[in-house]
Design a protein around this ligand. Structure first.
Ligand SMILES: *[C@@H]1O[C@H](CO)[C@@H](O)[C@H](O)[C@H]1NC(C)=O
Ligand SMILES: *[C@@H]1O[C@H](CO)[C@@H](O)[C@H](O)[C@H]1NC(C)=O
Ligand SMILES: *[C@@H]1O[C@H](CO)[C@@H](O)[C@H](O)[C@H]1NC(C)=O
Length: 484
């Protein structure tokens, strides 16, 4: 019976594939003109070019998958990944257009594998009113005002005390920063206390590799571990939410309490599932992307002594200007960190943590002279923009000074820089990540000198990871400020 089912399944898929190829070969556009579909290869039936796409690589360059096809077909091409036709856009102008058309010609879209991991109701899959509603809720937490009023002093205190005893120790900075950030955000979001209930973070581990990896759910694959982690973490969160609904915090309300009060409102839009998916995404996004950015920034400045020296000078100067050396960083001081901001822009340009962002065409649309039929998936590929040698000469080298004259939002660099997506979906966590990274660098360079001792190699599958971590040996600077 299984054999029969398998045969009919394969037959069905093959027939479906042929019908689908024929459909696009003969289909006509709206005004009776033939579609001019983007060029590109659909690879093998069903698997398409999936294996090429997921092939691991350890360089900071444009992923070979994109690079080779761009050379062959031009800046817009089609391919087939995990059974789905995807049009890849690599040109800044097209990408910015797609971002700006969010909700009109395009809407954000995630692969099924993504929705399985983040839940049907995750923020990325919601649109229109519901999306705005959740976005506003998140902004009350990490918007500009709370960042200024609450986060800056709290992050500073937290990093100072967490890094106070790093003298003479060797740490994997990826692991150490992930743990510090996770504990901090989990405390803010759900009053999580790692000492009484350890192990929540473990469920998020190896997550980014699994998330942007081949979505094959069988034991042993990164994707399988990722799903397992998700279900354990969701179980924990669900129990915590249930407990909290019985015993709300009256004082020191956290994001859980905020969600619960929304859940209890008459005619609320929020459901428990949406709330849990939201907490899950926020926990994951904050610590994983931020700890990767911290590790990359540290790696880049460690490997570039001139940049490290300039960074140290900037932060020593901030300390030197303070009357009370032990006082907290102020918003004005944060805003004065110009070189740090260049270092961060350059780190994020090179990091390209995600290979692409997906959108779905809502109508037939023209991009770069080609037709994209309604319903097709488009992958916006910031990597190709960020590593464009005409905009960023010597694109894979770390050069924070290239940002010095780039502040003008009309500059060519600004037009080619959209690491967090653009338009209304501009990542809500951007300011948090930048703030966190700046404060982290401030604390490290004013307190410590260090040497890299092991690791630091990156791997893209195509999600970015540090397979061997990044191990660093720290030494206290004499007379460093000690607030802890
Ligand atoms: C990784 O990509 C670079 C180009 O970006 C290429 O030269 C190199 O051969 C690739 N390595 C592997 C292992 O595919
Ligand atoms: C840091 O550790 C080294 C070696 O243990 C020690 O000699 C030095 O005094 C320590 N510095 C500070 C500021 O504690
Ligand atoms: C860094 O990039 C942001 C855009 O994300 C821009 O607003 C800022 O001006 C850039 N910083 C510098 C120093 O160019």
């Amino acid at each position: 019976m299984w054999d029969n089912m398998l045969v009919s399944l394969v037959l069905g898929l093959v027939i479906g594939y042929i019908a689908w190829v024929l459909k696009w070969k003969v289909n006509k556009g709206e005004k009776g003109l033939p579609y001019r579909l983007p060029p590109g290869s659909m690879g093998y039936p069903i698997v398409g070019e999936t294996f090429h796409f997921f092939k691991p690589n350890n360089s900071f360059g444009v992923p070979p998958f994109i690079h080779e096809r761009k050379q062959r077909y031009g800046s817009v091409f089609k391919t087939s990944i995990v059974g789905r036709t995807v049009v890849v856009c690599t040109e800044a102008e097209d990408n910015n257009f797609i971002f700006q058309q969010e909700g009109r010609l395009f809407r954000s879209w995630y692969p099924e594998s993504f929705t399985q991991v983040f839940g049907e109701q995750n923020v990325g899959s919601l649109h229109g009113y519901m999306y705005k509603y959740l976005r506003n809720m998140v902004l009350t937490l990490v918007g500009p005002e709370p960042l200024k009023q609450n986060f800056l002093p709290q992050i500073h205190q937290n990093i100072l005390s967490e890094t106070a005893h790093w003298n003479h120790s060797v740490l994997d900075i990826k692991e150490a920063s992930a743990s510090i950030i996770f504990d901090f955000t989990a405390k803010k979001l759900i009053s999580y206390d790692p000492s009484t209930d350890g192990g929540l973070r473990r469920n998020f581990e190896a997550f980014i590799q699994g998330l942007i990896s081949f979505p094959l759910d069988i034991p042993g694959t990164a994707y399988h571990r990722c799903l397992k982690g998700r279900s354990r973490a969701m179980d924990k969160l669900k129990k915590m939410l249930a407990k909290r609904r019985e015993n709300p915090h009256l004082e020191n309300a956290d994001f859980f309490d905020h969600l619960i009060s929304e859940l209890n409102k008459q005619g609320t839009l929020l459901t428990e599932d949406i709330a849990l998916d939201l907490i899950f995404v926020l926990l994951f996004a904050s610590f994983e992307t931020t700890s990767l950015a911290v590790t990359l920034a540290l790696k880049f400045v460690t490997e570039n002594p001139k940049a490290l020296k300039e960074l140290q000078e900037e932060h020593e100067a901030i300390l030197a200007r303070k009357e009370d050396k032990e006082s907290e960083l102020t918003w004005t001081e944060y805003k004065s960190m110009r070189f740090t901001s260049n270092v961060i822009n350059e780190t994020i340009r090179l990091a390209n943590i995600v290979p692409g962002m997906f959108r779905k065409a809502m109508k037939d649309v023209q991009i770069g002279g080609y037709s994209i039929p309604a319903g097709w998936t488009v992958m916006v590929c910031p990597t190709a923009m960020h590593l464009d040698p005409f905009v960023f000469p010597d694109p894979v080298s770390f050069n924070p000074w290239r940002w010095q004259d780039a502040e003008d939002s009309n500059s060519i660099i600004a037009k080619h820089y959209s690491p967090f997506g653009g338009g209304i979906r501009f990542c809500v966590g951007t300011d948090f990540t930048k703030l966190y990274l700046s404060v982290f660098l401030h604390c490290l360079v004013t307190r410590y000198t260090w040497k890299a001792v092991k690791g630091g190699e990156i791997l893209r599958t195509p999600g970015l990871s540090f397979p061997n971590g990044y191990h660093v040996h720290f030494h206290s600077k004499p007379g460093h400020p000690n607030l802890s």
